[in-house]
Design a binder for this molecule. Structure first.
Ligand code: HEC
Ligand code: HEC
Length: 314
C-alpha cells in the first residue's frame, strides 16, 4: 500500500532521491583532479590566517574518497532493500507497522494466560486475589495516579476514590462503566440568573447542610434560592444525584472546597470536570483488574451491589 494520493508523487520522490545520489557521484568525479596530486606540487591558495597559517590545496585522502563512494553505493543498496524510493516498498517489503503489530500480538499472547485466570471471577473475587492486586495497582499507578494521586485520595477537582461519598457510586459495574467510558460532570453557570449576593446566601445554606459554620440569617434566604435553582440536580435535601453526577452536598466531602468564595465561584461560573475514557488505552481485561483494585480500596464505604455479598474480607 502506498501513502501517496496518486502515482505521480511516488515517481517524483524516487526521481529526486536518485538524482540526489547521481549528483553526489558526479560531484566527486567532476572534481577528480583533486584526487591525484598534480605533478607533485601542492598549490597554495594564497589564503593566510594568524600571520603564518597558509591554506594549501592538498587532494583529499584516498580513504575519504573511497568512503564517499561507498556511502553512495550503500544508499543505493538500502533503497533496493528498504522503502525509500517513492512508492517502491523495497525487496524486503519491510514496514515498521508490521513490527509494531507483531510486538503487540506477542505482548497480548504473553499476558493472555494471566488474565484468563480472572475471566470467570467477579470484581470482588478479583479484588481479593493477591496477584490481581499487584496487577491492578500497577495499572492504577501507570494510568490513574497522575490525576487521582498515588494514594487514590484525589485532590482539587479529582475525586477521592478511597473514602467519603462518591459522585457516581462505587459498585463494581459502576466503576467499570466509569473507567471504560469516562465521566463528564457538568454544572451549568448560573451567573446570568443569580447575582453574587444571592449566590453567597446559597453558599451559606450549602455549608449549613454539611454542618459547617454559617450565617443563620443568610441561610433562610439561601434555602429558598437553593430550592429554586439547585434542588433539581442536587436534590431537595442536597443528597445529590448519581445519575447526573451531581455531588452530595451534605457529607462535607468537597471536590473543590467548602469556602463561601469557592461555592459562589461554582454557582456563578459552573463546573466542567472530565474523567477521560480508558477504553482506547486499556483492554477490557485490564479495566476489570483496575476496577477491582479501586473497588478493594473503598470496601465498606458505599459498595451496595448485590455481588458484594460474597466479597471476601480483606
Ligand atoms: C486526566 C485525569 C484523570 C485520569 C487519568 C483518570 N481520572 Fe478518574 N476522574 C477524573 C476526574 C476529573 C473525575 C471526576 C469526573 C466528574 O466530576 O464527573 C474522575 C472520576 C473518577 C471516578 C468516579 C469517582 C466518583 O466519585 O464517583 C472513578 C471511579 C475514577 N475516576 C477512576 C479512575 C481510574 C481507575 C483511572 C485509571 C484507569 C482514572 N480514573 C483515570 C480524572 C482522571
Ligand atoms: C444541572 C444540574 C445542576 C444544577 C442546576 C446545579 N448543580 Fe451543582 N453540580 C452539578 C454537577 C454535575 C456537579 C459536579 C461537577 C463536577 O463533577 O465537577 C456540581 C457540583 C457542585 C458543587 C461542588 C461540590 C464539591 O464537592 O466541591 C457545589 C458546591 C454545587 N454544585 C452547588 C450547587 C448549587 C448551590 C447550585 C444552585 C445554585 C447548583 N449546584 C446547581 C450539577 C448541578
Amino acid at each position: 500500500m502506498s501513502d501517496f494520493i496518486n502515482g505521480f508523487w511516488g515517481y517524483y520522490v524516487a526521481f529526486v532521491v536518485l538524482a540526489g545520489i547521481a549528483w553526489c557521484l558526479w560531484l566527486i568525479f567532476s572534481q577528480r583532479k583533486w584526487l591525484k596530486p598534480q605533478s607533485g606540487k601542492v598549490e597554495d591558495t594564497g589564503h593566510v590566517w594568524d600571520g603564518d597559517l597558509r591554506e594549501m590545496n592538498n587532494p583529499v585522502p584516498r580513504w575519504w574518497t573511497m568512503m564517499y563512494i561507498m556511502m553512495c553505493v550503500f544508499g543505493l543498496g538500502y533503497l533496493v532493500l528498504y522503502p525509500g524510493l517513492g512508492a517502491f516498498q523495497g525487496r524486503l517489503a519491510y514496514t515498521s507497522a508490521q513490527e509494531v503489530k507483531q510486538d503487540q500480538a506477542e505482548e497480548e499472547a504473553s499476558v493472555k494466560p494471566i488474565y484468563a485466570r480472572f475471566a470467570k471471577m467477579d470484581i470482588p473475587q478479583i479484588a481479593a486475589d493477591p496477584e490481581a492486586h499487584l496487577i491492578g495497582e500497577r495499572l492504577f499507578m501507570n494510568n490513574c495516579a497522575q490525576c487521582h494521586g498515588s494514594d487514590a485520595k484525589g485532590s482539587t477537582s479529582f475525586p477521592n476514590l478511597v473514602e467519603g461519598d462518591s459522585i457516581y457510586g462505587r459498585q463494581p459495574e459502576v466503576l467499570t462503566a466509569t473507567i471504560t467510558k469516562g465521566r463528564n460532570g457538568v454544572m451549568p453557570a448560573l451567573g446570568a440568573a443569580i447575582d453574587a449576593g444571592t449566590a453567597g446566601d446559597i453558599a451559606q445554606y450549602v455549608r449549613s447542610l454539611s454542618g459547617l459554620a454559617h450565617d443563620q440569617i443568610r441561610i433562610v434566604r439561601g434555602k429558598g434560592e437553593y430550592m429554586n435553582a439547585c434542588a433539581a440536580c442536587h436534590g431537595a435535601e442536597g443528597k445529590g444525584n448519581k445519575a447526573l453526577g451531581a455531588p452530595n452536598l451534605t457529607d462535607d466531602v468537597w471536590l473543590y472546597g467548602s469556602s463561601e468564595a469557592t461555592i459562589v465561584n461554582g454557582i456563578l461560573n459552573g463546573r466542567n470536570n472530565r474523567m477521560p475514557a480508558q477504553e482506547q488505552t486499556l483492554t477490557p481485561e485490564q479495566i476489570r483488574m483496575v476496577a477491582a483494585w479501586v473497588w478493594g480500596l473503598s470496601k465498606g464505604v458505599d459498595v451496595t451491589s448485590a455481588t458484594v455479598a460474597g466479597a471476601p474480607a480483606k
